[in-house]
Design a protein around this ligand. Structure first.
Ligand SMILES: NC(=O)c1ccc[n+]([C@@H]2O[C@H](COP(=O)([O-])OP(=O)(O)OC[C@H]3O[C@@H](n4cnc5c(N)ncnc54)[C@H](O)[C@@H]3O)[C@@H](O)[C@H]2O)c1
Ligand SMILES: O=C[C@H](O)CS(=O)(=O)O
Length: 477
């Protein structure tokens, strides 16, 4: 599969000045050579997107929907090939990669539907004195050039959450995928061309975030910046974007509460999977589990037993659960955080070992609340488990975080479920399931440092549009 991939600008492959090798994180084998965009390429892509927008903004909704639905069909037809790309460049297990592709197909289908459902609102004008004899309503209009900067961990579906709504809205896009997983994005070039997207509406420019950032966030043609990634980079982008419309989907250290009376039979499997799926490299991966004292020891024993059964291996092996983390840098960080946590009092109940680029799934107890594994986002195969006595204590602990993406609670009590749902400081509260639950049409985004704005296709589409209010005064007869 080794191939040189140029940049996709204005509906054509354009040579880059430099190329960098892309490696498989599991085998270290070279997969391809990826063109590295420079600021001048970003500027060219933005100019092309701006020109394409002048006609695409008038493309009717049914035609935009058709393009998106066709792209979904093409991805579905090439599902296995696309999943393999994710497994190779992201070291994601092939089963998880297939799940991502199947979600991506749905995400583009939702985008096709959203293109046809761009509703405004009727305002009851005569509710205000002086508003009599007027009609008032809102419309949402395309905004122009959207720049999208995306992370490595869901290289198809999280890109779909930006490309899909941008096209649904009638915008044009410049996409800068993550350095580690550019192939999943580059495949979209010909997929969307085949689906009938006019040239220049989608531009794909792999490259280094810090090199391209100022152009992508600050060029005068750029009207909307949509970013998914770490809090640290999110803050840089927010400062650079200034008054532009901005969506930031950032990190978290998601909590799960297992309340008194919860049925452990229903809790163990999802909570293990939610902690270790894709080695914990999921923004809503479970990082902190709070278990009621009455269930704590049994839960811990069963959780550890199931964790030890997870299969460590090659991403392409059908049985594999745990694979290499995305980079040596990430592995070094995880190891140093683990060592620090142990020095600060944590007990390793299982895992903690490293072989090659793989960290065994690791369960910690007795974690100090000042340790990085508690305070910061681990984004790796480490989970912390704590006992609690009262639900208030668990909720307060869960809220003791700078992040607030999703939280979860298993409880047999409706009252306690809603009591917790009202008090948990997160963008989503998932009752009787794990915080890692997400379907692609639900509103999704963070409180606190976890972000600004919402995705979930129709929500993202409106974030990428301008709202206009129109008032119509009726002439008196
Ligand atoms: N909330 C969500 O929906 C969501 C989803 C997935 C991942 N994430 C978060 O993403 C992070 C992991 O992904 P990652 O390691 O790819 O994140 P990252 O922040 O390192 O990189 C994300 C993107 O930002 C680019 N980038 C890096 N430095 C930049 C700069 N100075 N200016 C502009 N762009 C820059 C990268 O090239 C990449 O394309 C985690 O924190 C995870 O929680 C959040
Ligand atoms: O990594 C964070 C993602 O938002 C998870 S998911 O793809 O949406 O499930």
């Amino acid at each position: 599969m080794k191939k040189k991939w140029p940049l996709w600008i204005g509906g054509q492959w354009q040579e880059a000045k430099t190329y960098e090798p892309l490696y498989n994180p599991h085998t270290d084998e070279e997969l391809a050579e990826i063109g590295q965009a420079e600021p001048a390429d970003a500027e060219l892509a933005i100019t092309n997107a701006h020109e394409a927008f002048q006609t695409f903004k008038s493309h009717p909704a049914h035609a935009r929907a058709e393009i998106l639905a066709k792209a979904a069909d093409i991805i579905e037809q090439h599902g296995e090939e696309c999943a393999k790309i994710i497994a190779l460049e992201g070291a994601k297990s092939i089963r998880n990669a297939r799940e991502e592709i199947s979600r991506t197909v749905q995400t583009y289908q939702f985008a096709a539907e959203a293109a046809k459902s761009n509703y405004g609102e009727q305002i009851p004008m005569d509710a205000a004195k002086g508003g009599e004899n007027r009609f008032g309503f809102t419309i949402h209009t395309p905004i122009g050039v959207v720049t999208a900067i995306t992370p490595f961990n869901f290289p198809f579906n999280l890109v779909a959450h930006k490309v899909g709504p941008a096209i649904a809205a009638g915008n044009s896009i410049v996409l800068k995928p993550a350095e580690q997983t550019p192939l999943s994005s580059l495949l979209l070039a010909e997929i969307f061309q085949e689906a009938g997207l006019p040239d220049g509406v989608l531009n794909i420019i792999p490259g280094k975030g810090e090199v391209l950032s100022k152009t992508l966030t600050g060029h005068p043609y750029v009207k909307n910046v949509t970013f998914t990634g770490s809090v640290e980079v999110g803050h840089i982008i927010q400062q650079q974007a200034g008054f532009r419309k901005l969506t930031l989907e950032l990190g978290s250290n998601s909590p799960l509460i297992i309340d008194e009376g919860a049925d452990l039979e229903k809790v163990i499997e999802p909570s293990v999977m939610g902690s270790f799926s894709y080695n914990g490299q999921v923004c809503i991966s479970i990082q902190r589990i709070y278990v009621h004292q009455s269930l704590y020891q049994e839960y811990l024993n069963r959780f550890i037993k199931r964790t030890k059964e997870l299969v460590i291996g090659s991403p392409l092996d059908e049985q594999t659960n745990i694979t290499a983390v995305i980079s040596k840098k990430s592995l070094d960080r995880l190891q140093s955080w683990l060592e620090e946590a142990v020095k600060e009092g944590a007990k390793i109940e299982c895992g903690g070992t490293v072989e090659g680029n793989i960290m065994a799934p690791t369960v910690l107890t007795n974690v100090n609340r000042d340790s990085k594994v508690f305070r910061s986002e681990i984004f790796g195969p480490i989970v912390c488990i704590f006992p609690f006595d009262t639900l208030d204590e668990a909720i307060n602990d869960a809220n003791d975080s700078r992040y607030g993406l999703n939280s979860g609670i298993f409880t047999p009590s409706i009252e306690r479920a809603f009591y917790a749902a009202q008090r948990l400081e997160t963008g989503g509260v998932i009752i009787n399931d794990i915080p890692t639950f997400r379907i692609d049409n639900m509103p999704y985004g963070g409180w606190k440092d976890s972000g600004v704005g919402r995705e979930g296709i129709k929500y993202a589409m409106h974030e990428m549009m301008e709202q206009k209010f129109i008032s119509f005064k009726l002439n008196e007869h």
